[in-house]
Ligand binder design. Structure first.
Ligand code: PEP
Ligand code: MG
Length: 746
């Protein structure tokens, strides 16, 4: 026999609202729910299972099972039908439960065999909270509207749980946003920090999931959607027509804001008894669950857009502001799904650490976090849903690990680690003014990489001998429009002033590849890293490069000027760029600006081809700087942004080291000054091996100067060379094991 009950979820929610409105302890309130559902749905059993920890579900309230089983019966994620609903976050509806895969009979619950089973996940914005189940002895397949009604109730339970309505008894209930959580992500900037959570985006809390009057809720939703549409139209009007990406996103917003399907679904959620904001959140939760399951990149992006739009709508409905509104706590650790470079610069150095759900090693936010030396962990899945403002948090940017609400033992171990790192820092500062001189008397010049005004204080504090690489594109990346020549000139002047006579190597604009300027037309290239980038753009679109060169000449103001061109792949490119600079100097002189007292014009060696350029090139160029990040990616044909292939090839691979050695030897033979400025120069062991290959000038992040210098000062370079030579002769793939073994053995 099949039941054809048409469950009226409005009625059920009405009863729930009245039952939950009565004061009571957490457990007491939770206990009122199953009876109402069981009765409304005409079932013998209704149970609420909530997560006790990431892996275990616990029976927390029931109608129809043995009351003694409450808080006793537990199951692991994936175990039994309930565990499967939780694991796959899918509804399970069967009229033949005992024969379903995974069925587990639990005598302790006093379960007679209930043949029919309907389970729906209790989840909020992608965060799994538990499972809501109804069971019946009668053979019965639940109907669409019954399933829907149960989903709506599950949503209300999730909202109430979020508000802490059931907190009090039962580990599972009290645990929400209270338990210690560990997140494993990726390292984007090293360093470790202890502090308190600050959410970049406000967390909207729905305080009234159940609507009293559907007419009112409909009107509220309609009004909010109108407001949303107007604001999207306004954003479209003000968005720069040139910014295709932004326009694209906004067009998608507009499409969603007018999407019948989306609005209809929310309207029927209201019809079934939810408040307007709960309806928005229900659809948002659905989109988030899908987000986790969609492999297609384009679709994922669109679901993200919908998620952002839902957030906006929620903010309009609840009146909870754009910004968190919360004061920055002491030692703030910023938590966000993702963040743009502009926003990050606004927070500036106030932040102790940053944790992102998304992000990438090469993103602009990462570049800025690195420049400011703020520990940054990316890909910390789920942290924005789990963390609350003010939560205690430890960020380990060395391991890519984040501890949220850590327990004592973890805090203790973390403090030890911090103290150890601090001790190291002390040691580094004690050698700050000392040279990086090896035990056998070789002096290595250590300079720093920079790109932001925020870097300049490090010139003094790090003990760097000037700036070996000033990435000028950062100034172009962090704004929404092309900077003006006067602006660049004043910035470069400040950099030179801060350097106080020390050499600063300005690298001309290196855009393209992963560095996309928001105000330039994006290039649709199949392989941007090998595409129209850096000097190639500068030579083709001479306007920007000339403007930049003029700004540099004016900033030098009659003093010395050092310029370096990025990504030179052949002699001609260097010649053309050099000629351009010389022409600009003459032009500036004609206009009455002082010309630099001394000018050095270098090239970055970032493609293997340049290592084999004619001797004439090495004679004409004033200096060479090896851009190891790019050189390595082209040497091994392994994308520097692609974690999967990037790690395959060690920088200390014998082939790569030998290649570096040959470049250095060639430069030395001809008398061309050579340095190395890729990220690897900042890793002590790599730096040591480069020095052993003959490099005498290394440029790195300011924070790396101490550790590199410290190791160099304790090492005998000729012995290191012998170790490397022996590894080569043995045919080792990488010299790393040999070098580490030798360093340990000393
Ligand atoms: C490099 O490629 O090594 C380099 C220093 O340049 P960037 O990392 O800016 O491409
Ligand atoms: Mg490069």
């Amino acid at each position: 026999m099949t039941h054809t009950h048409k469950t009226n979820s409005r009625l059920m929610l009405g009863k729930l609202r009245r039952a939950l409105a009565i004061e009571g302890e957490g457990q007491e309130r939770l206990d009122r729910i199953p009876a109402i559902i069981a009765e409304s749905m005409d079932c013998e059993v209704c149970s609420i299972y909530l997560f006790r920890d990431d892996e275990t579900l616990e029976l927390c309230a029931t109608e129809g099972l043995k009351p003694e089983a409450v808080h006793k019966t537990r199951m692991r994620l994936g175990e039994g039908l309930v565990g499967r609903v939780a694991k796959f976050q899918r509804i399970l509806n069967t009229d033949d439960a005992p024969n379903m895969r995974g069925f587990r009979f639990m005598p302790e619950t006093g379960e007679e065999v209930f043949i029919s089973f309907l389970g729906v996940p209790i989840q909020r914005l992608g965060e799994r909270l538990g499972v809501l189940v109804v069971q019946s002895k009668e053979k019965r397949r639940f109907l669409e509207d019954e399933i829907y009604a149960l989903e709506v109730v599950a949503m209300v339970i999730a909202e109430m749980a979020e508000l802490g309505a059931f907190v009090g008894e039962g580990a599972a209930l009290s645990a929400l946003h209270k338990q210690a959580r560990l997140f494993r992500g990726g390292v984007a900037q090293e360093g470790i920090a202890e502090g308190n959570v600050y959410l970049h985006e406000p967390r909207v809390v729905v305080t009234n999931p159940i609507g009293e009057d559907s007419e009112i809720e409909h009107a509220r939703l309609t009004k909010a959607i109108d407001t949303l549409r107007v604001s999207v139209d306004e954003m479209l009007d003000t968005a720069g027509a040139s910014d295709k990406d932004q326009l694209n996103v906004l067009e998608t917003y507009r499409m969603f804001a007018n999407s019948k399907g989306w609005i209809n679904r929310m309207q029927s959620d209201i019809e079934s008894g939810l408040s307007a904001e709960a309806a928005v959140e229900k659809e948002q939760s659905l989109a988030r669950t899908r987000l986790g399951q969609v492999p297609d990149h384009y679709l994922r992006e669109r679901l993200h857009d919908l998620d952002d739009l839902s957030n906006r709508l929620l903010r309009i409905l609840t009146g909870q502001g754009e910004k968190t509104g919360a004061e920055l706590p002491e030692n703030p650790i910023l938590i966000a799904r993702n963040i743009g470079p502009g926003d990050l610069l606004e927070y500036g150095r106030k932040l102790r650490g940053i944790v992102l759900e998304e992000g990438s090693v090469g993103s602009h936010a990462t570049i800025i976090a690195r420049a400011m030396a703020i520990p940054l962990v990316i890909h910390a899945n789920g942290i924005t849903t789990e963390a609350l403002n003010g939560d205690h948090i430890l960020v380990d940017g060395e391991q890519g690990v984040v501890h949220l609400r850590p327990d004592e033992a973890v805090v203790g171990a973390f403090k030890d680690k911090m103290a150890m790192l601090e001790k190291e820092q002390e040691r580094y500062s004690s050698i700050r003014t000392k040279p990086a001189e090896t035990l056998d008397g070789e002096i290595i010049t250590l300079t720093m990489n920079a790109g932001l005004m925020a870097d300049l204080p490090s010139l003094q504090s790090s003990g760097a001998s000037g700036v070996g690489l000033f990435r000028t594109e950062l100034q172009f990346l962090v704004r929404n429009e092309m900077p003006k020549r006067s602006h660049l000139c004043s910035l470069y002047s400040k950099v030179l002033a801060a350097a106080d006579g020390q050499r600063v190597v300005f690298r001309t604009l290196d855009i393209g590849s992963d560095k996309v300027l928001p105000y330039l037309e994006p290039q649709d290239e199949p392989n941007p890293a090998m595409g129209w980038r850096a000097i190639r753009v500068g030579l083709d679109k001479t306007g920007i490069m000339r403007m930049q060169l003029q700004a540099l000449i004016r900033a030098a103001n009659g003093g010395p000027l050092t310029v370096m061109f990025p990504f030179v792949a052949q002699f001609e490119e260097y010649r053309d760029a050099r000629a351009m600079l010389e022409t600009e100097i003459q032009r500036e002189a004609k206009k009455g600006h002082p010309i630099p007292s001394k000018i050095e014009i270098g090239a970055m060696l970032e493609t293997p081809s340049l290592a084999f350029a004619p001797d004439r090139f090495f004679e004409e160029v004033d200096f060479i700087s090896i851009g190891g990040n790019d050189l390595k990616q082209f040497f091994f044909a392994a994308d520097r942004e692609n974690e999967r292939v990037r790690r395959r090839y060690d920088t200390l691979n014998v082939s790569f080291l030998t290649f570096i050695e040959r470049i250095v030897r060639r430069c030395n033979d001809i008398g061309t000054p050579v340095s190395f400025c890729g990220e690897d120069a900042g890793r002590p062991i790599e730096a040591l091996c480069f020095a052993a290959m003959g490099l005498r000038c290394l440029s790195m992040r300011p924070a790396s100067i101490g550790p590199v210098k410290s190791l160099l000062r304790r090492t005998n370079l000729s012995q290191a060379k012998t170790v490397i030579q022996a590894a080569r002769e043995r045919g080792d793939q990488s010299v790393r094991p040999a070098i580490i073994g030798w360093l340990r053995g000393r």
